[in-house]
Each structure stands twice: as C-alpha cells, then as structure tokens.
Ligand binder design. Structure first.
Ligand code: SAM
Length: 340
C-alpha cells in the first residue's frame, strides 16, 4: 500500500473514532460538562494536527437543491441590506468603494451585491472555507442576478461569469486564509468598509485583528460587524446556563476553542472599551439580550472567571448586536459615503 493511502486510512480511522466517541458521549450522559470539554479538546487536536481542516459543523457538501440556494440568497440579501441600514448609508454610497468582507462562508453573494451596487473591489477573506463552485452556487448566483436592480446587472457581469465559474479578481478577490494575510496585499488606509456577519466572535486574538482592520481602514471608513456573544450552544444546548462557558479556565478554553471556531468569549464591554480607546465613533444596534431573571445571573456570577464576574448585568445579558464604528479623521471622501 502506498504512503498516501496509509495516511488516508489513518485519517479516516481517526475521524471515525471521533464520531463514535461523540455518539458515546451523547448517549451516555448528554449533560456532562467534562465530556463536552473533552470532545472539544479532541476536535481541537484533530485540527491542530491537520487531520481535519474544517470547523465543527461546517458543511462539506452543499445540497444543490433550490431550497438551500433560495434560503441562502434571502439571507445574503438581508445581510447586505442590514450592513447599509446599520451604517445609515444608501446602496449608492458604496459606489467606487473598496470593501473587505471577513468570513463570507460558503458563498460570495454579499460581495456580489456590493459590486453590483458599484463598489470598486471586495476582498473576501475566510480562514476555513475556500471559494468553491457547484450546482448550488450556479443556482444561487443565477437567482441573485435576477433580483438586482436592472442598472446593476453590468457590474455583476463584470465580476462573475456563472457559466465559466470564474470571478474577476479585480472585482472580487478571495483569500482562503487568516485575516493577518491581508496586511501583505492591502495597503494601509485604503479600505472604505470592513464588514462581517457572525465572524468576529470566532477570531481568537480579536484585539490584534481589530488593530489590523483599523490600519487598513481609511479615516472616515466604517466597520460593521454583526457579533454573537453567546456560547454557540456549547453548553447551553445541554441545558446549562448560557454563561457556563465563562466559567472554564482560560488555558482549557483556549485549547478547546481556538482551533475549532468556538466563540472567543469577548462580551459587548470588551468591544466598547476597545473602540473607545481607538477613538472611533461607535454604536451598538439591533441589540438582543437574554431574558434571564436577576436570580439566575446572581446564581452563576460567583462561578464566572474573575474578568467576567465584574461585568454589569446589562452587558452580560447581551447575546448579540451589530457593532458600527467609524474611524476618526476625514468625514467624507469626495462624494463618498453619503448618509441615507
Ligand atoms: C458562522 S460563519 C458565518 C458565515 C457568513 N458570514 C454568514 O453570515 O453566513 C463564520 C465564518 O467565519 C470564518 N472565520 C472564522 N475565523 C476566521 C478568521 N480568523 N479569519 C477569517 N475568517 C474566519 C469561518 O470560516 C466561517 O466561514
């Protein structure tokens, strides 16, 4: 047997063993905190050693059925509109701008809408998901084309050839890698918008990543990030408090979360402090909070790690929000970014 066949067998054995282990954990005791941690540590190890490359629960194959494409199209349309609404700008305002979308996930439909509206270039960067083409993508992009205003069609066509399954990198550049790699190819101060949807909470060293985003953003440019502050169901799906993940010691949490795309445990106060320190004009919009009693929070608070124990109840209770932050400096760039 050849070396690569042996390696593939070993890899498959390991994946099988992990699945069996997970099933056993679920069957025996769905609520063991220790087992949840152990499972994550195994997943983390599989990723760090390169046996697995995707995040937990990432889709390996996309169902090309109309339903999935339709659902993802609606999500992408809503995400694009939400970015404009949260920033308080019109679709026309993105004309001529350069945008970074962090963690687009399985399709480039949001980037295509920016381009269709007249953006000069969108750079998509995703650490775990490479750009792919499939029958699902053909359907999704084909349907998106029919939903655009007629005047935007030519911009769309200049960015993608659906039949040939190619993108024009001058319009949509896709980078399969960490955010860090952007600094090598994008000039500081050259980006008008940096956007993301459910990604920031997965970046473990998020303070460094935000500093890097700040360097890339031009004065007066916007960051719009939809951020989840919840535990992604790590413990809460087994009936634990939504704050149980805030009780896990730092070194264990890092070992189980960093490589598996679990939340970085920064809550709303951390982002407020960071952006205040940067001098950005910052607001949180569409804030969603848990409906929890004072007693249930008081009950878990003594078990939280010291850095979470001192967080105000209103901040602790926030499970998600948009962060809209504008870099200080020039207010407008020659006709750019007109308010809605
Ligand atoms: C929860 S998914 C959200 C996908 C998409 N934005 C959406 O709304 O459907 C998070 C995405 O962020 C990507 N991601 C996680 N950490 C990242 C990082 N450090 N740099 C770039 N992308 C990252 C993941 O690969 C994944 O595609």
């Amino acid at each position: 047997m050849k070396q690569h066949q042996v390696e593939r067998l070993r890899r498959n054995d390991l994946i099988d063993a992990t699945r069996k282990y997970e099933m056993l954990c679920c069957m025996r005791d769905r609520k063991s905190r220790l087992r949840i941690i152990a499972t994550l540590l195994v997943h983390s190890w599989l990723r760090k050693t390169g046996v697995l490359e995707t995040q937990i629960s990432a889709n390996k194959t996309l169902n090309p059925g109309e339903d999935r494409a339709k659902r993802d199209l609606e999500n992408a349309l809503a995400t694009f509109q939400a970015y404009l609404d949260q920033a308080g700008v019109t679709a026309d305002s993105v004309s001529g701008s350069r945008i970074i979308e962090i963690g687009p996930g399985v399709n480039s439909a949001v980037a295509l809408q920016f381009i269709a509206a007249g953006a000069r270039q969108v750079i998509c960067v995703d650490k775990f998901v490479p750009r792919s083409f499939s029958a699902y993508h053909d359907k999704l992009y084909g349907m998106l084309r029919t939903r655009l205003p007629a005047a935007h069609g030519h911009n769309f066509d200049a960015a993608i050839n659906i039949e040939a399954r190619t993108f024009n990198p001058e319009r949509i550049l896709y980078i399969h890698g960490g955010f860090e790699s952007l600094r090598l190819i994008v000039q500081d101060g050259s980006v008008d918008f940096i956007v993301s949807n459910a990604v920031i909470e997965e970046i473990y060293d998020v303070e460094t990543a935000l500093d890097q985003m700040c360097a890339l953003l031009r004065p007066g440019g916007y960051m719009i990030h939809k951020i989840d502050f919840c535990d992604y169901g790590l413990f809460s799906r087994y009936g634990y408090s939504p704050f149980e993940f805030l009780t896990i010691p730092e070194w264990i949490y890092r070992a189980m979360a960093e490589a598996t795309g679990q939340p970085n445990r920064r809550l709303i106060d951390a982002y407020r402090n960071k952006f205040n320190a940067l001098g950005y004009d910052t607001r949180f919009t569409d804030v969603v909070s848990y409906h929890l009693s004072e007693e249930s929070i008081a009950e878990i608070r003594p078990r939280l790690l010291p850095r979470f124990r001192k967080i105000a109840t209103e901040d602790l209770a926030v499970s998600g929000a948009y962060l809209v932050a504008r870099k200080p400096g020039l207010r407008e760039r020659e006709g750019h970014v007109r308010s809605a």
